[in-house]
Design a protein around this ligand. Structure first.
Ligand code: SF4
Length: 74
């Protein structure tokens, strides 16, 4: 099963929490209300992609195992 490399642009994150609602085993908000990655493979890849797409400011960046950016689409 493919796994994503996940980055969160913490400067961009505006604490909307959509990502936490969709993939709570991967994303949580820290004390500053910014999303961080709890466990890269905590939820299914399609759920992680859905979470990334739900972010209104595209603060979640997904790359495949070869480092190719999957989301946001360039
Ligand atoms: S959906 Fe985007 S803006 Fe909202 S908490 Fe997650 S990363 Fe931050």
């Amino acid at each position: 099963m493919a796994t994503y490399k996940i980055e969160v642009d913490r400067d961009a994150c505006i604490s909307i929490s959509n990502c936490v609602a969709i993939a709570p085993n991967v994303f949580q908000l820290d004390d500053e209300g910014k999303a961080y990655v709890v466990k890269t493979d905590g939820d299914l890849p399609e759920t992680i992609l859905e979470a990334a797409k739900s972010c209104p400011v595209d603060a979640i960046i997904l790359k495949d195992e070869q480092g190719k950016q999957i989301w946001p689409e360039k």
